[in-house]
Design a protein around this ligand. Structure first.
Ligand SMILES: [Zn+2]
Ligand SMILES: [Zn+2]
Length: 181
């Protein structure tokens, strides 16, 4: 996704960028598809640098961590970055720990920047590690693998009380100790 600063007559400026699955090449485990994306930006200009702040709204199709079915999820996150010529930023001391800003550099000598990396990072960071299609997703049967949201199965899942499990181990150990002494 390219942000072209030449289109603005004055600053501060506002812009809305929209796109679809072809706008960003999102490669992330469990993420099936980026269905749509909208970026709302507020841009300030100062000494050849463009300060951009805004929000990203996206709809992604993602794999449920329990039942492994794909489902659509809405994502909203904020972005904050500076667009400038790379040569301008090269003067800044790289070791400056206070410099934690994200940068998008102008490409090919034009006053336009590819903000795809910034958008990708923002979306990936806002994805949860264990996405669920619904809070009460039943998941897959651990024995036959059936999707328990769609079907029931006749597997009997043995439920072992974890307290008894601990006792069993303990008595086994005591028996072993006796044998060795
Ligand atoms: Zn699920
Ligand atoms: Zn089953």
């Amino acid at each position: 996704m390219i942000l072209d600063f030449r289109q603005f007559e004055s600053f501060p400026a506002e812009i809305v960028l929209t796109g679809d699955s072809s706008s960003l090449n999102l490669d992330f485990q469990g993420l099936n598809e980026l269905k749509s994306i909208q970026v709302d930006l507020h841009i300030q200009e100062s000494a050849e640098e463009y300060f951009c702040q805004g929000t990203v709204n996206a709809i992604v199709n993602i794999e449920c961590s329990r039942c492994l079915n794909g489902f659509d999820k809405e994502i909203e996150c904020s972005i904050d970055f500076i667009a400038c010529a790379e040569s301008l930023h090269a003067d800044v001391d790289e070791k400056d720990v206070l410099d934690t800003e994200d940068y998008a550099y102008f490409t090919g000598g034009d006053i336009q920047a590819d903000i795809s990396d910034i958008l990708r990072q923002a979306i990936i960071l806002s994805l949860s590690l264990k996405p669920l299609c619904s809070d009460d997703c039943q998941g897959l049967c651990s024995q036959c693998g059936i999707n328990l949201n769609e079907q029931e199965c006749s597997c009997v899942t043995e439920k072992i009380d974890p307290r008894w499990e601990g006792l069993k181990k303990l008595s086994k150990q005591t028996n072993e100790n006796k044998e060795h002494s």
